[in-house]
Design a protein around this ligand. Structure first.
Ligand code: NAD
Length: 363
């Protein structure tokens, strides 16, 4: 079964996202459109070891010169060093303006390989094949590519749209539970900023004991991706509406930084961040039921005992988020589930209280 979403971008050509369980045929048909004999694959090391047979024979039917480069696992791969090595690989192996590059892996591979595609010869065709839940619902959509710098995450990069995305849940068969949980946070976020029924649909996957079954996730993956597409299509270069995708993230980024990007995964930090954002929303006079989020808490295996900063200090840290402009703290809060708004913070006391509650919940 396969399905597609059509993505319109105002800056580059429009493209399709394909969804399904084994998209080999769709991929085969798509690559027929390239005239090049050469293609590049930049693939996550784990994916290469376990799934090479799933993509290589298909790509080789079209590209007799298929150059495969392995991206080491982990966030450290989004470095100047690996970027340089990947770029060297592409430039030294006969790349031309029409030579496609396939990014096969999670968000790390997608961001890095996307940036290689964006910069080699000022841009070569990029095809994303996301292999984690997070990359299927988030990082492969929206055109952000890039690497980290010693002074911060994602500080070097560009907006560069792919020519297609293949979200093939076949890859998810090997995804460890902690990576499912990592992606879950973004899926729940889409529930809060757009479609509250997502929360119940995700809960059903747990109740039916299919939480790590890619095929069972297909409809939620597609629904989540559609929301991201809708939001980023209205704001391709991130000047306005796209900010709602940061629900829970301004709080979460503080935890990630405080934990040195080691103590918590992004998904864990965002989950705690959403708890804080719901508290903050409620302090401003609404009444959003926290239990709809807390029903997922047992899947997460972190606590916030290691946070040594006070709630006041955590509020101060939020002002250093790279998305804060002119020192003005802006938060994405909710009027109710599914209805987000941007709040310019004047009185910080309620945010401090939201932090206090969150630290207590995860103590
Ligand atoms: N570009 C964007 O808009 C955007 C949005 C969100 C996040 N990101 C970036 O995405 C990255 C996080 O992405 P991620 O969570 O996918 O992390 P990741 O790419 O590091 O993948 C997580 C882990 O899963 C492994 N893995 C990948 N596919 C697998 C599979 N099919 N089976 C088993 N293991 C598999 C990887 O080797 C890695 O160990 C961060 O660098 C973040 O900055 C980018």
């Amino acid at each position: 079964m396969s399905d597609t979403i059509f993505v319109e971008t105002s800056t580059q050509d429009n493209y399709k996202i394909h969804f399904g369980d084994d998209l080999s045929e769709e991929l085969g048909r798509f690559i027929n459109t390239y005239s090049s004999d050469t293609a590049f694959v930049l693939a996550d090391a784990f994916v290469l070891e376990h799934h090479r047979d799933h993509f290589e024979p298909v790509l080789k039917q079209q590209f007799s010169n298929l150059h495969v480069f392995e991206i080491p696992q982990g966030e450290q791969a989004k470095s100047m060093k690996i970027y340089q090595a990947a770029l060297d690989h592409v430039l030294k192996n006969g790349v031309e303006r029409q030579t496609p590059l396939f990014a096969i892996g999670g968000g790390v591979t997608g961001d890095l390989a996307g940036f290689v595609a964006a910069t080699a010869l000022r841009g070569i065709p990029l095809i994303h094949i996301p292999t984690t839940l997070l990359s299927m619902v988030d990082s492969s959509i929206g055109g952000k590519t890039g690497i980290n710098h010693t002074t911060g995450k994602n500080l070097i990069g560009s907006f560069y749209q792919p020519e297609a995305v293949f979200a093939d849940v076949h890859y998810l068969q090997t995804l460890p539970k902690k990576e499912w949980v990592n992606g879950l946070s973004e899926v729940l976020k889409y529930g809060y900023i757009h479609s509250p029924e997502i929360l119940q649909e995700a809960k059903q996957l747990i109740d039916k004991n299919v939480f790590t079954d890619g095929a069972a996730w297909l409809s939620l993956i597609k629904k989540s991706a559609r929301i991201k597409v809708e939001v980023v299509s209205e704001d391709v270069l991130e000047s306005g509406k796209r900010a709602i995708l940061n629900f829970g993230h301004t709080f979460g980024h503080v935890l990630e930084r405080e934990g040195n990007y080691e103590m918590f995964s992004h998904g864990e930090a965002v989950f705690a961040g959403m708890v804080a954002a719901l508290h903050a929303s409620n302090y401003l006079g609404v009444n959003i039921e926290l239990s709809n989020l807390m029903q997922f808490k047992s899947l997460y295996e972190f606590n916030l005992k290691g946070i040594e900063k006070s709630p006041r200090e955590l509020v101060e840290m939020m002002k250093f988020d790279k998305k804060v402009k002119d020192g003005q703290l802006r938060l994405i809060l909710l009027k109710k589930e599914g209805i987000p708004y941007i709040y310019n913070v004047a009185d910080e006391d309620f945010i401090e209280k939201a932090w206090q509650h969150t630290l207590n919940i995860f103590s």
